[in-house]
Design a protein around this ligand. Sequence first.
Ligand code: FAD
Ligand code: UDP
Length: 370
Amino acid sequence: MFDWVIVGAGFAGATLAERIATERDEKVLVIDRRPHIGGNAYDRYNEDGLLVHQYGPHIFHTNSQMIFDHLSKFTEWRKYEHRVLGKVDGMEVPIPINLDTVNMLYGLNLTSEELPAWFASKAEKVEEIKTSEDVVVSVVGRELYEKFFQGYTRKQWGMDPSELDKSVTARVPTRTNRDDRYFTDEFQYMPLHGYTRMFETMLDHPNIKVMTQTDYQDIRNEVSFKRLIWTGPVDEYFGFRHGKLPYRSLKFRHETLDVEQALPTGTVNYPQTEDYTRISEYKHMTGQVHPKTAITYEYPSAEGDPYYPIPRPENAELYKKYERLAMATPNVWFVGRLATYRYYNMDQVTGQALATFRRIQEALPVGGDV
Ligand code: FAD
Ligand code: UDP
């Protein structure tokens, strides 16, 4: 007999399991259909002893002191600021586009003071910024948009940026200074001993039982429980009754190379060439010292595990139908990137899970009536 079953052992599920077990002293069963905890943030040591991220590079960054403090209960941290280069016109230039990117690509010697006027001379006027094309061409113009965004986005999403919500490419800013960090958040760290270790610590509680390689369908009639937290795809929970919500997937190619370092930065993007979008090298992130190095290629794919909700108007409409069903389902909470169909980073999922816990506390005071 469990008070709660939590479906999914990623950031959403593990954060809620820990809070419920610790603060409510209730019994929680966490299940995941995969053979491990951590969801998409799962990392592991490969056969050569190199720490790799099974589902592509995961870099933690947040501006929230509260979220950082919460996760700090379960891990120590290693300071890491991610940098990305793009292979563009045969050169390796900084992404996000900054002063050096423009000067390198165009053989110019502009200053930070001159660059805004240069961008303005290239920018296209867009009446209302709606799409992922609008948001870029209105700032840097069509040429840089095509070089950096159009090809990459077509590969990554299987559609043109004009078909995607502006929020997708708006994740990547444009800079007039020389800051070449991918993120500018206040807190940028990697868990010192990896994500999986952090999740093990989070889930290590006498009130929590974890079962991996266990699908919800396998246990729903076998286990007795009062309440459910669902962090899988929301359309799956409702038997796809309104149709399938589109999710984008990836295939990962993991390689170990017999060199100490393979890439100049943690990630190199390929906006113009190759079938893959980017290559990442984990030693930059983990700080591991090792004679070999591990890298991962990401190949976008329509089939496979659901990794990315696809932000565009018709999908938002379809999601709303599922959201209405979710809201009308008592004793089930929907949390996380797949269950709320939001293109959330790890810190945002953690924040959403903590907010859900506060709502649970209000709705179900400990010791109150069911
Ligand atoms: P998930 O991690 O997807 O966990 C859901 C779990 O539920 C899965 O393990 C799944 O197996 C399980 N599940 C689903 N259905 C069932 C079922 N029926 N029965 C049992 N189990 C089920 N975020 C960042 O902040 N920084 C980054 O650098 C970053 N890089 C990323 C790179 C890639 C390639 C991807 C795909 C994502 C990246 N993210 C990054 C986003 C990050 O992965 C997510 O924000 C986070 O992992 C979402 O956590 P979650 O718990 O919502 O979902
Ligand atoms: N993007 C791009 N070129 C790049 C980097 C990003 O066109 O060199 C676009 C692309 O559409 C991508 C989105 O911006 O999906 C968000 O990029 P981010 O690096 O945040 O993607 P994620 O790490 O979530 O896959």
